[in-house]
Structure formats: C-alpha cells, structure tokens
Design a protein around this ligand. Structure first.
Ligand code: UDP
Length: 450
C-alpha cells in the first residue's frame, strides 16, 4: 500500500472493449493505495447500474448523442470532442478545487487527445492508456507514411516494409483498416483518425499499455523510442481481483451449465466482440462451416449483430442448421467461458481484450478480424505467436470448417497457446515484468505531485 495523496481520474473511451481493461487498471491502482475516480458517460453509467463500486468513485459526463441510437466511431468521437470535452473541463475544474482530495493526475484512453490537452492546460499531469496491442499501435503510427509511399494499398499480399520490426511477415492485408478495405490506398477516415490520436497519445507524459513483454517485447522496444515513458502492465484482467463484470449487456450465465455437459476441449466458442455487425450471408457461412465440423459451439450473437435479422430467427436457424449442437447467447461471461475445460478453441475477431483473455487461458484461436487493430493482432496470432490461424478476408463455409477442425486437433497450436499462457502467468507473478512495471508506474504517479 502506498501512502500518497495521489488522486487519479481514470477516463475510458466509452466502449466496452475500452472500459474493461481500464477498469481493471483502476482497481489495481485502488489496491495499490491510490484514490481513484472513474469517469463514465452518463449513458454507460446507467447501463452499468448493477456494477459494483470496487472502491472507485464513479463520475459521469454526457456524451452528447441521442438516446438509444447506434452511432459510429467517428460520430462518437465528434460528440465527445465537443459536448463531452466541455463537460470534462467543467468537471476537472470542480475536482481541482475540491478541498478533500483534488485530482493530481489523469489517465485517459489514448483515443481522446482532448482529455490530455485539457488536463495539462489546467496543470494536471496526463498519462495515456492504450487498450490495444503494441503491434497494432506501431502499425497505426506508421500509417501516414505507408499511405504516402503507397504501401497500404492493394495487392493485399504484398509485404509491408515500413513498420519497425515487422518486416518479413506483415502484409498489406494485416494493416489496421476501417470498415471497408481501402483498395485505392487513399486511407479510410477511421484509420486516419486512429493514426492521428495514436500519434498524439505517444506525446503524453507516459504511455500505459495493456500488454506483456513476453508477447510483444520487440514491439515494446520500438515504441519506447517514440514515447516519453512506457509501462507495459498487462494482461490487466489477469492481474485483477475483480470478480464482477462491467458488461454493458446482461451476461447469460446459463451457458456455463451447458458447457459443464460437454467433454474437455470439445466446444468451439464464437464471439466477434462488442462492435462487429455482420451480414446475413456471413452469418450463414459461419453457421454452415461450424455445423459441418461436427463440434458443439457456443455463439455470442448480440441483438442487432446480424443485419436485418431478429434474435429469434437467429436462434431458430442455429438450432435447425446446427443439429442441436449450437447454443446461442446474447452476451457471455467471456472470461469464465474461456477458462472452462470444455472450450477447445475460440473463433474470434481478434479484438485485443479477447486475444489477451484467450492467451491467458491457453486456448487456441481461429481469427476472423473485422476492423481497426484486429487485422494486425490476427497476423501476430498466426505468424508470430503461432497460437492460432488467421482466416481474414475470407468468409466461406469450407474455410471455416477446415480452419476450425485444424485448430481443434493441432497439438502444435495447443502447445504454443499453453506456452504463451505460462509465460503470461510469469509476467503477472509478483516478480514478473508486468508487476514490476505496474509498481514503477505507481511510484511515477506518486512523484508527479511532489
Ligand atoms: N465480452 C464479454 N462477453 C461477450 C463478448 C465479449 O464479456 O459475450 C467482452 C470480452 O471479454 C472483452 C470485450 O467484451 O473484454 C470485447 O473487447 P475486444 O477488445 O475483444 O473487442 P471489441 O468489443 O472492442 O471489438
């Protein structure tokens, strides 16, 4: 425990995949003896009404968007930069003048440069939190140069030379991308925005990354040369003492009993995360491929996740085509599922949290990346860590069947996944690299207000 007057305001980008890791981070700070306030948007705080406080003081600001309407990343970004940032400034001013414990440091998601700028302008040191892999971070930092050189355009299999340390295995198709593949190479607006905010977050006083040296040592060495201070403290969920969930959807625990009824390593767990939306054709290809493997499968299908198809119809179709071997949930207790002995592989979009959660449990992966960092993560899973296979850009029942079968039976992939899990356990153990970095970070935060 630390005897310090440090009071950290932790501010996640208001999406599920960003809230989860930074919440684990915030509670680790509480465990280390720091006072922590956690800033949600009002909308998310209402959805998390059941969430426990975990020793955090919960605060909220409006996101400025209409209620109950889906919005794109860029819409949310614009709204957070206007309505959100004005409310954030007012909140910081009030927290600064608080007599009991004024805020001494802000840790904000790297997606929101305004959060660093406003804090620093008000005299509060600001650190950036990166919920993504370092490999995708480096790739994003390189995007403007790659676009200029024409190295980001088709043909997709051409090697990319301009990303430090990834020469030899990174292809154009493995670069971060938006919702449409930038065939002309003129840059997708989402990727350009992500590249811009990533470059800005590198300039913060410190960069806190949810990764571990054993997974991304060489990439971490490269990022250290572009940022002031780097702290690789992950996988945060595995260090965390939180048993409760911060899910924005209600978890369907019934699937755990369903898993109990299956043999060891006999079930395929399928989830494409909290944001991906697929077409009905893609759903059909996945379903037919999964059914053809003969394995049982547990599939997360959020309401609205399959375009123009109701949840009821999805459930009925899975039941009919899956021959009774498929189980659908709207939202799963994912970490518990991945830890269950019955799960043999994870068919995932390779979002960074899902990748880390899977890696910690030593479960082999089949990747079907969707957008942003997922393209780069899935390449690392296949070509670098060898803990799974990447079927990016192909959505075909035959490929799904073949890839899932291969991953389910491969001893080589299983051994690589288990070796990685072992390494990660060492990273987060008491004398491990991530624990050491976390302690160094706590001292760094404590010294900011001396
Ligand atoms: N998740 C969950 N239940 C589900 C699906 C996902 O709890 O049914 C959690 C998952 O454990 C992870 C997060 O949602 O922590 C998804 O984050 P990720 O970075 O993998 O993907 P994103 O949603 O950002 O695309």
């Amino acid at each position: 425990m630390m005897d310090t007057a440090a009071h950290v305001l932790v501010f996640p980008w208001p999406r599920q995949g960003h809230i989860n890791p930074i919440l684990h981070f915030a509670t680790a700070l509480v465990d280390a003896g720091l006072q922590v306030s956690f800033l949600h948007t009002e909308r998310n705080l209402r959805r998390l009404a059941q969430a426990p406080l975990l020793g955090l003081r919960l605060l909220s600001i409006p996101d400025g968007l209409p209620e109950d309407q889906p919005c794109s990343f860029l819409d949310l970004m614009e709204s957070m930069c206007t309505t959100g940032s004005a409310a954030y400034r007012a909140l910081l001013l009030s927290l600064l003048s608080a007599v009991d414990a004024p805020v001494t440091c802000v840790v904000a998601d790297g997606t929101m440069p305004f959060a660093f700028d406003i804090a620093e302008e008000l005299g509060i040191p600001a650190l950036a939190f990166a919920p993504h892999s370092v490999c995708s971070y480096l790739a994003l930092l390189s995007m403007p140069k790659l676009l200029e050189l024409g190295e980001a355009a088709f043909p997709a299999d051409d090697p990319v030379r301009g990303v430090p340390g990834m020469e030899g295995f990174l292809r154009r198709r493995d670069l971060p991308r938006g919702l449409s593949f930038a065939e002309k190479g003129d840059g997708d607006p989402l990727v350009l925005k992500l590249a811009e905010v990533t470059a800005r977050s590198c300039k913060a006083r410190a960069l806190i990354i949810n990764t571990a040296a054993s997974m991304e040592g060489p990439a971490l060495a490269h990022i250290a040369s572009c940022a002031c201070e780097v702290f690789a403290v992950g996988p945060l969920h595995a260090r965390s003492t939180i048993a409760e969930s911060a899910s924005l959807w209600r978890e369907d625990d019934g699937c755990m009993a369903w898993l109990d009824g299956h043999e060891d390593r006999s079930v395929v767990y399928v989830s494409l995360g909290s944001l991906a939306v697929i077409t009905h054709e893609q759903f059909t290809e996945f379903l037919s491929g999964l059914a053809a493997t003969g394995y049982a499968f547990l599939w997360v299908l959020r309401p609205g996740m399959v375009q123009m198809t109701s949840s009821k119809l999805l459930g009925e179709t899975v039941e009919a085509v899956g021959g009774g071997r498929g189980r659908v949930v709207e939202w799963a207790p994912q970490r518990d599922v991945l830890r269950h002995r019955a799960v043999g592989c994870f068919l995932t979009h390779a979002g960074w949290n899902s990748t880390l959660e899977c890696a910690v449990e030593g479960v082999p992966m089949v990747c079907w990346p969707f957008f942003a960092d997922q393209q780069t993560n899935s390449r690392f899973v296949d070509a670098v860590w060898k803990t799974g296979l990447d079927m990016k850009d192909v959505c075909d029942r035959g490929v799904v069947e073949k890839t899932v079968r291969e991953v389910m039976i491969s001893d080589e992939i299983k051994e690589a996944a288990q070796a990685m899990a072992q390494q990660l356990r060492l990273n987060i153990a008491e004398a491990g690299s991530s624990s050491f970095q976390f302690e160094r970070l706590v001292r760094f935060i404590g010294e900011l207000n001396i």
